[in-house]
Ligand binder design. Structure first.
Ligand code: FMN
Length: 311
């Protein structure tokens, strides 16, 4: 059985976290992940306060296992979101980008475990100084907003920089990846794209099909969407955007474009955040099947590595 400081901290069976995904990781996906022994997370940045309150209640009704809520510290109503998390007895809160020390303090005072998302060593050091309980370090092969450092270089660097448990993200999909993350000194993995491509994910079938057909060269990082580097599927709409001079997408339109794909199934005009790992995924297991396979393969991998040593 793979036990780490992360499984202890979160009270989960396996060191596998479902990364927050706007319009994708709501109660259904979060509860399915948590029920399977991982940590499911509700992505709240794309929800109103009322929707978040309802999502917390629905998730708690679907699973008795721990789950998390992901929020943006720079949201105008971040303090109210923190109050909803505390009132709903949500065990874990994670920050999508930089946390704010007063929000971390309020959550910790209420007994909520806090996690920061980082893409560079200095962000991890800052969050650790604010008392964060764990960090998710995401390499540049990840989906959505990404930093510049690949996972294989970022994880060891962050592990060396902070004492709190590090969750490795960006490009993970299987048991070998979990073993690699443990070898780099991480205490678990977080996955977005892989959980989007499960039978428990609410994304329309036509959208899942586009991801399944994507090759390793099928994603692109662009700052043309909202000014920050965002990894998305390279659709013809995105190619047009890249070919047009100037800022072609207005920031206010971004949520609508994400929603058009993830909720309405409009693969022609929607924006689809995706990790490069989409290029090696070709099935749609349930969360339970996925987590079971990852744990089984990781245990086999650890045993195989032990025999390398005794040869
Ligand atoms: C479809 C999709 C939507 C995402 N939406 C969000 C989001 O709303 N907030 C956020 O902080 N990260 C978001 N991300 C990034 C993930 O939380 C995570 O960092 C990323 O998926 C990890 O890389 P992987 O896809 O290779 O597993 C999204 C990723 C995907 C694939």
């Amino acid at each position: 059985v793979i036990r780490t400081r992360l499984t202890e901290l979160l009270g989960i069976s396996y060191p596998i976290v479902q990364a927050a995904m706007g319009y994708v990781s709501g109660p259904r996906l979060a509860a399915a992940t948590s029920d399977a022994g991982g940590l499911g997370q509700i992505a709240s940045a794309t929800m109103s306060l009322a929707e978040l309150e309802a999502a917390i209640a629905e998730t708690a009704g679907r699973t008795s296992a721990p789950f998390g809520v992901n929020l943006r510290a720079d949201a105008d109503d971040a303090a109210e979101r923190v109050k909803l998390i505390i009132a709903g007895h949500v065990p874990v809160a994670s920050f999508a980008q930089a946390p704010r020390p007063e929000l971390v303090a309020a959550l910790k005072a209420a007994g909520v475990v806090t996690i920061a998302s980082v893409g560079a060593r200095r962000h991890a050091e800052k969050a650790a100084a604010w008392g964060i309980d764990a960090v998710i370090a995401t390499g540049k092969e990840g989906g959505g907003h990404v930093g510049a450092v690949p996972t294989s270089l970022l994880i060891p660097q962050v592990v060396d920089a902070v004492d709190v448990p590090v969750i490795a993200a960006g490009g993970f999909c299987d048991g070998r990846g979990l073993v690699a993350a443990l070898a780099w000194g991480a205490e678990g993995i977080a996955m977005g794209t892989r959980f989007l491509l499960t039978s428990d994910s609410p994304v329309p079938a036509a959208v899942k099909q586009v991801y399944l057909e994507t090759g390793l060269d099928g994603t692109v990082v662009t700052t043309r969407v909202d000014g920050m580097p965002l990894r998305v599927l390279r659709t013809s709409m995105v190619d047009q955007l890249l070919a047009t001079r100037g800022r072609a997408v207005m920031a206010a339109d971004v949520p609508e474009l994400l929603r058009a794909a993830m909720v309405d199934g409009r693969t022609d005009l929607g924006l689809m955040s995706s990790g490069q790992v989409a290029g090696v995924i070709d099935d749609l297991p349930s969360c339970a099947e996925l987590i079971e396979a990852i744990v089984r393969d990781a245990e086999a991998g650890l045993e195989r590595i032990a025999t390398v040593r005794s040869v």
